[in-house]
Design a binder for this molecule. Structure first.
Ligand code: CO
Length: 134
């Protein structure tokens, strides 16, 4: 069911500093920042030959990553995202296996304009896990 690793997301408090570290110290190809008010984050993408790293900085009052950064003020890995070909079939299969899907269980349009779902970290080895239909 699982396809490629689409991205690893890292929550950061300072997107500019994170971009500088990856661009200048690590020599990576980092995109321009993109504000996603409907998701409560500003993102940049680090393009690697085999996947992407996504930095998430809180945007607005009720950012979904604010709590995470309170607990991890230096930043940290926030979630993994795997590609699936049929997100509703994947959801139904996972629910039948006893995994919890966050929210109302309906796919939402994610940061890349594609349908996504998140699985409860307690059911996925302590790791928030995103599925993206590609
Ligand atoms: Co993501």
């Amino acid at each position: 069911m699982l396809g490629r690793l689409n991205h690893v997301a890292i929550a950061v408090r300072d997107l500019e500093a994170a971009t500088r570290t990856y661009r200048e110290a690590l020599g990576a190809d980092v995109s321009a920042p993109q504000a996603l008010p409907e998701h409560g984050v500003t993102v940049v993408f680090v393009h690697l030959p085999n996947t992407k790293i996504e930095f998430l900085e809180p945007l607005g009052e009720n950012s979904p990553i604010a709590k995470f950064l309170e607990k991890s003020p230096d930043g940290g890995m926030h979630h993994l995202c795997y590609e699936v070909s049929d997100i509703r079939a994947a959801r139904d299969h996972l629910k039948a296996q006893g995994l919890r899907v966050l929210g109302d269980g309906e796919p939402k349009i994610g940061a890349h304009g594609k349908p996504v779902l998140f699985l409860h970290p307690k059911d996925c080895l302590g790791t928030l896990t995103e599925l993206e239909e590609v």
